[in-house]
Design a protein around this ligand. Structure first.
Ligand SMILES: Nc1c(NC[C@H](O)[C@H](O)[C@H](O)CO)[nH]c(=O)[nH]c1=O
Ligand SMILES: CC(=O)[C@@H](O)COP(=O)(O)O
Length: 160
């Protein structure tokens, strides 16, 4: 189902485990920061709404989405139960978009395979800025909210 038919900010609160004892690492790319700050706000607010204490949330910034891989690898070694990678990649004139998106997706996948701390993929890969606006608190909701819900669920799963 495409995002256009499924608001990113809507979730069943009854399906969310108790998150008050989990620790969250959030790594935020500075490229397209008006978008990534919106994604971060969505994630942060959703964690607080689900009884996560601010002191249980650690945020680091990295220059761009490609650096999310290294930043999340380092964050996995911190005292956290789950990591959220936040980025915004927007198509330009060249094929660089393709390499950044593929590299980040593969790199974060690898971190989930190689290490025992889940990393949530909250990276928008959009054709234009409007699509990014629409998915970071706009008409399609906020992918940061979706990522925070996924993070809580994966922290719970990691306890099983
Ligand atoms: N064009 C975008 C980039 N490009 C920068 C790379 O992510 C990386 O920082 C650089 O290649 C140095 O290693 N990054 C984004 O996050 N979003 C873009 O649209
Ligand atoms: C995703 C990118 O790296 C891209 O925004 C860079 O723009 P360009 O392809 O015009 O160099």
């Amino acid at each position: 189902m495409a995002t256009a038919n499924n608001n990113l900010s809507e979730y069943d609160k009854a399906s969310i485990p108790n998150a008050s004892n989990y620790r969250f690492g959030i790594v935020v790319s500075e490229w397209n920061d008006t978008i990534t700050e919106g994604l971060f706000k969505g994630a942060y607010d959703t964690l607080l709404e689900n009884n996560v204490a601010p002191g249980n949330i650690t945020r680091w910034n990295v220059p761009g989405s490609f650096e999310l891989i290294y930043g999340c690898k380092k964050m996995q070694r911190q005292r956290v139960d789950v990591v959220i990678a936040i980025g915004s990649v927007i198509q330009g004139e060249t094929k660089h978009f393709d390499f950044v998106c593929e590299g980040v997706a593969q790199g974060i996948k690898d971190l989930n395979v190689l290490h025992d701390v889940p990393v949530i993929f909250c990276v928008l890969t959009d054709n234009n800025i409007q699509q990014s606006i629409d998915r970071s608190g706009g008409i399609h909701g906020n992918k940061g909210t979706e990522a925070a819900v996924a993070a809580i669920k994966m922290a719970f799963l990691n306890e099983q």
